[in-house]
Write a protein that binds this ligand. Sequence first.
Ligand code: FDA
Length: 409
Amino acid sequence: MSEPKPSNLSAPNPRSSSDLWDAVILGAGAAGLMTAIVAARRGKRVLLLDHAKKPAEKIRISGGGRCNFTNIGTTEKNFLSHNPRFCISALRTFKPKNFIAMVEAHGIAWHEKTLGQLFCDDSAQQIIDMLLAELRQAGGTLRLETVIKGVEKRGDLFVIETNKGTQQAHSLVVATGGKSIPKMGATGLGYDIAQQFNVPIIPTRAALVPFTFSDAQKSWSDPMAGLSVDARVCVGKKSFREGLLFTHRGLSGPSILQISSYWQEGVPVIIDLAPDANCFDTLAVARQEHPKQDVATILSSILPKRLAKAVCERDHIHGHIAQLGDKALRKLDDAVHRWTVTPIGTEGYRTAEVTLGGVDTKAISSKTMQANETPGLYFIGEVLDVTGHLGGFNFQWAWASGYAAGNAL
Ligand code: FDA
């Protein structure tokens, strides 16, 4: 990475050991890298700092190692925020096709998996290599293993104290992401900086995260661990139809991760374990046509065998189908199409893909990502209260918000 020469200091309190940059960007993840590339291409002197040993670790592990780097169906409807229209401007300016163009210019092969989700054919590392190559070509500077000790604004300049010296910049871009997966370097630094500059925070919680069950719930569900079904999962009026996976801790899979962003503790989740089937009709027809068949065997034409057996056992419904009245069939119909379950919690930030809440966007310009009350201070990516659904939307937000700030600073 080339090191552009810092310009002469003209800060109110210049320090001989400081470097002066147009922008210092905290966090070399998806959003920070995009801002650095865009600003450096415009001739800005940018310094990207990260405390990690390697940049963009979340890109590396994303999409099962293949990075679901965007979603071609991205609209504001794919995001949760207390300010739902905030994301529109950035998303309309930098679209999935713009990122795809960058990917293609670097010869990275990709494919659409399902529901508009685009993945690398080979490896997520290709996306990281692409971003680093772009940054290098644009003349941006990346410094890793840099601990941020504190930031402050002196006059028109931001002063950033690190374990490797002091930096000064006309703009400070906070791109430190959310709280999910602390093991990978996630910290609350972005929220602390927001509070320092009186930018409000919407309370945060883990999202796109598996549900956990009580011991009593697990004693029923544990034998199903590893089993997956296509399911429709609802909380209130919100529903998602995708895969559901039984785990040793509770429930996971795309439909569960999606609904977790809308779930609050104590709220029941209603699950249709066989959305394309009509359980009551199937059982009623079988009662006429195969009266001697075991009810669990008939149910296994709709559900995986292990699950069919467990549902019948839990509801104490067994024996030949001919022995069962409509009431029992309705009970099974409910168990299949309206399984009502209240998880005791989620796996939390340890495994969550994203953080819900964050920097309140009412205090931020939707065009530039700049804080309304602090000129030169920008927040981008996941640290903001903009949280995407599962499926490439969170990276698209990182690229789009990063692009907006990179063009504005
Ligand atoms: P990001 O978290 O990427 O980067 C923040 C950077 O700041 C990190 O490099 C970190 O080290 C640094 N940092 C943090 N604190 C610091 C401090 N105190 N000092 C210095 N540096 C600091 N999304 C998607 O669209 N498609 C997908 O396939 C996936 N898959 C996926 C899998 C898994 C397992 C997870 C956890 C997440 C995903 N995501 C995803 C979500 C996606 O990874 C996430 O939304 C973006 O990476 C957010 O980009 P940011 O740049 O905002 O933060």
